[in-house]
Design a protein around this ligand. Structure first.
Ligand code: ATP
Length: 213
């Protein structure tokens, strides 16, 4: 059964770093990738764009291709979701056999032991850790112990079981961040080639960031 991969984030706004990494993961793992915009927890700064605006930008960015999908399930809930609960929802929807692959940057992965019910994540999904050439991080001992027996270098292993494996995935680093794109827009500068052209085609899509300047 074809796996489904998940890339979560704020996407405030979606930019070429997100899209490139999602496409590379999709190709390397031979899976469709769902971009999953998140609610932002109350203790973090609120996104500049509303949830509806972030979704509209993602829809525009993804038009015309079919490897990257949009999944708005977290925004459909009234408050921030734990990843473990999101994966439980996907498991219930897609069934016990469908492989799920959670895509995480190395920094986020190194912080996994602070996540709610983190060991359960491996009972629900595989984790593909997106690494940058020349970057490494020492993992905390409890994470290292959990992950060591799960490690594989074989993409086929992610297709052969519904969950439980950990795989390192080298991706091309692009030095683009949503905060940098917001700063460009707030300063009245041109965001061309930092965001997909579809976001420039509709003047309303990026208006919230220009107004913040
Ligand atoms: P901000 O600058 O507001 O913190 P961001 O650009 O890091 O935002 P998020 O929406 O928080 O974007 O990121 C979603 C996911 O995409 C995260 O897993 C993050 O590591 C990854 N990501 C963001 N930018 C890049 C990039 N340039 N290259 C690779 N991965 C990226």
């Amino acid at each position: 059964m074809e796996p489904i991969a998940i890339l979560g984030g704020t996407f405030d706004p979606v930019h070429i770093g997100h899209l490139r990494v999602a496409l590379e993961a999709s190709e390397a793992l031979a899976v469709p990738v769902c971009l999953m915009p998140a609610h932002v927890p109350p203790h973090r700064p609120a996104p500049v764009a509303s949830a509806a605006q972030r979704v509209a930008m993602l829809r525009a960015a993804l038009t015309g291709q079919d490897r990257l999908l949009l999944d708005t399930r977290e925004l459909e809930r009234s408050e921030p979701s734990y990843t473990v609960d999101t994966l439980r929802g996907m498991r219930a929807e897609f069934g016990a056999a469908r492989p799920l692959v959670l895509l995480l940057g190395l920094d986020a992965f190194a912080g996994l032991p602070t996540w709610h019910e983190w060991r359960e994540l491996f009972k629900l999904a595989h984790i593909a850790v997106m690494t940058r050439p020349g970057h490494s991080t020492v993992l905390p001992a409890d994470l290292d112990a959990e992950v060591a027996p799960r490690r594989t270098q074989s993409v086929a292993d992610l297709h052969a079981a519904p969950c439980g494996k950990a795989l390192d995935l080298a991706v091309t680093p692009l030095e683009v961040s949503a905060s940098a794109v917001r700063a460009v827009l707030a300063a009245g500068r041109d965001p061309r080639w930092l965001v997909p052209d579809a976001l420039l085609a509709d003047p309303d899509l990026l208006a919230a960031y220009r107004a913040a300047g």
